[in-house]
Write a protein that binds this ligand. Structure first.
Ligand SMILES: [Zn+2]
Length: 66
């Protein structure tokens, strides 16, 4: 019996790699992921940077600790 977890990219309908090895999951690539984001944001907003780094946020929070 084979695993029936074959994911399909909702943007280009191409095969999607497993989440553990796919940074853009559930899309096939970062390109498609950004296309989906752009779709929601109106299609004219280009995502240039990466998502906020949790470590940066953490250091900001802890820097104000007692
Ligand atoms: Zn795709």
């Amino acid at each position: 019996m084979s695993k029936s977890s074959t994911s399909k990219c909702s943007i280009c309908e191409g095969p999607v790699a497993a989440r553990s090895e796919n940074d853009a999951f559930p899309f096939c690539s970062k390109r498609c992921k950004q296309r989906d984001l752009g779709k929601w944001l109106g299609g004219n907003y280009v995502v240039a940077g990466r998502p906020a780094n949790p470590h940066e946020i953490a250091s900001e929070v802890t820097s104000d600790s007692d």
